[in-house]
Design a protein around this ligand. Structure first.
Ligand code: FES
Length: 554
């Protein structure tokens, strides 16, 4: 609720700042254009409803920022979080004089706070306000952009939208500052004409000494309130942490053996931050990304129950019962935990891994293939030729697998491993694997023809396919992490592929694949084989020519 309110009020303020910056940008056209834009701007924001929305959003956003500072258990934060906080605090301090000096002057002294009024003060009478204005607007813009980035970055559409948004984030303040500078220069030039100054002053109606005194008093008051608000939040944090210490502490043991003590009321993520223990937290602890999740190895029952929002996030990723979000869980007794994601996990990983990173058992078809006698061929060729031929071969095999609906898992030397059914059912998976096997031999045939002069003897494939339960998940380390499958089914498919040598066949396929695919393989020679590590033998079919497979032609 608080986060949503902060987001909505932040968005209102961001729209206000954007319209203000765009208005400044009109200075690149002329002072008249700036003024015309200002009339629209005022119609939007200076009517009773616009005023209520704007100043209401300002007050609530500020109050929530103070509350957020109080609520934080740790002031250790990422660079962008720190930047957002510092810019957020500096905005009202920098812009108070501008906001009060225009709106209040208008209200109490009947001043026309048009562009001539503001630009004359900034560029002719007191240049320090150029720095205030520029720093304030940039702080507001950067603060808003970071907030929007944090809000949108977990949304899939942000992957393609972010480049456009980044361009806009650079373009709008740049045009605005150029317009502001151009407007200032125009006013400076015009002000050298006493007649223009006389007319401009008549329209402006400068605030008198009394009004100026009130304006400065209110600016000082705003500064006092703002600074007091944040100081109070920091003092309240100190009092709270003292009170919590007297209420007791608990111990967390991490998966790497580290053990730390913390006071009650602190989340697991904050504890990791306080003790500088690397811990993934892509959304910055807002309970949205799930990357901070931990498996509770001991003490699960002592934890306070998960909130509805936390349960919703955990359900979305299909987490196991003893998994909790570190940023939402406040232990009260000793626990031991295992962090489930690498601290280096990124937003991109969240989009691409789609919830399978922690492992999922499923039934799929696994295909292995290998080029017969490729080692002998490569020994006689130059490295350049080998790489060239292999890359052509990989692209033909990849195309055959993907167009059949499979997922290319990896290339192992001249071998290929592919998975079918990760996003479908086992029947479809088995059909797709057979179609892919046939397409692979057809593509290889085409490749043999086009490379006949380079390779001499045509390349031949041996393929093995088996279907059954596997564990699918993100595995690997660093950049070498990807979605793959492990299990007996994978080992068996690999073993079937190697049997092609024995039978001089193109495909050795388990009977299970034929049954699931609804393809009658009984016309092909069959065999019972033992696979190392399996208690039972499995029935396989040996297919010498994949063109004989009874599949609809494709
Ligand atoms: S850090 Fe994102 S959910 Fe905890």
């Amino acid at each position: 609720m608080l986060r949503k309110t902060s987001l909505i009020t932040g968005l209102i303020l961001f729209v206000y700042v954007t319209t203000h910056l765009l208005n400044h940008a009109l200075g690149l056209i002329s002072l008249g254009a700036m003024e015309a834009g200002r009339h629209i701007f005022l119609r939007l924001w200076r009517n009773p409803l616009g005023t209520l929305i704007l100043y209401g959003a300002l007050l609530i956003h500020f109050a929530l920022a103070v509350w957020a500072v109080f609520r934080r258990r740790s002031l250790v934060m990422t660079f962008s979080e720190a930047a957002q906080l510092i810019f957020g605090i500096s905005i009202p301090l920098l812009l108070a004089i501008h906001v009060i000096g225009t709106r209040m002057a208008h209200e109490i002294a009947g001043t026309t706070d048009n562009y001539a009024y503001v630009l004359l003060i900034h560029w002719k009478f007191s240049n320090k306000y150029i720095a205030y204005q520029t720093a304030g607007l940039l702080a507001a813009w950067i603060h808003g952009c970071i907030g929007i980035h944090h809000w949108l970055r977990l949304k899939p559409m942000y992957v393609w939208a972010k480049n456009f948004l980044f361009a806009a984030a650079l373009l709008i303040p740049t045009l605005s500052l150029l317009g502001y500078t151009q407007g200032g220069r125009s006013v400076l030039a015009l002000s050298r004409d006493p007649e223009w100054m006389k007319q401009a002053s008549a329209i402006i109606r400068w605030p008198d000494k009394d009004a100026l005194g009130k304006i400065l008093f209110w600016v000082d008051s705003v500064w006092v309130v703002l600074i007091s608000g944040f100081v109070l939040a920091l003092v309240a944090r100190g009092i709270r942490s003292y009170a919590e210490k007297s209420r007791g502490s608990f111990r967390i043991t991490y998966d790497d053996g580290r053990a730390v003590s913390a006071t009650t009321g602190t989340t697991i993520l904050d504890i990791s931050r306080i003790f500088r223990i690397p811990h993934a937290a892509v959304c910055g602890g807002r309970g949205r990304c799930s990357t901070c999740r931990v498996r509770i190895l001991e003490g699960f029952d002592s934890l306070p129950p998960a909130s509805e929002e936390e349960l919703h996030v955990l359900e979305r990723i299909g987490s196991l019962a003893n998994v909790r979000l570190a940023c939402q869980t406040k232990p009260t007794e000793d626990i031991s935990i295992a962090r489930l994601l690498s601290p280096q996990v990124s937003v991109r990983d969240i989009h691409t891994r789609a919830g399978r990173h922690s492992g999922e058992e499923m039934e799929i078809a696994v295909l292995f293939s290998d080029i017969r006698s490729f080692t002998k061929y490569s020994e006689k060729k130059l490295p350049y030729d080998v790489v060239f031929v292999l890359n052509r071969y990989f692209s033909e095999m990849g195309e055959a697998i993907e167009s059949a609906g499979g997922r290319l898992d990896k290339f192992i030397g001249d071998g290929v491993m592919a998975l079918f059914g990760i996003d479908g059912n086992i029947e479809q998976a088995c059909r797709q694997s057979l179609i892919a096997a046939r397409a692979m031999t057809r593509n290889l045939e085409k490749l043999n023809q086009s490379l006949a002069s380079e390779i001499g003897e045509p390349l031949r494939l041996g393929i093995g396919i088996h279907a059954g339960p596997v564990i699918v998940g993100e595995m690997g380390y660093g950049n070498a992490t990807h979605l793959t499958a492990i299990g007996d089914t994978v080992n068996t498919a690999s073993r079937l592929e190697s049997m092609n040598k024995e039978f001089s066949s193109q495909l050795v396929v388990s009977g299970d694949v034929g049954i699931h695919a609804g393809v009658n393989l009984s016309t092909f020679p069959g065999n019972e084989i033992d696979v190392r590590g399996r208690a039972d033998s499995i029935h396989v079919y040996i297919i010498s020519n994949l063109e004989d497979l009874p599949l609809e032609s494709s």
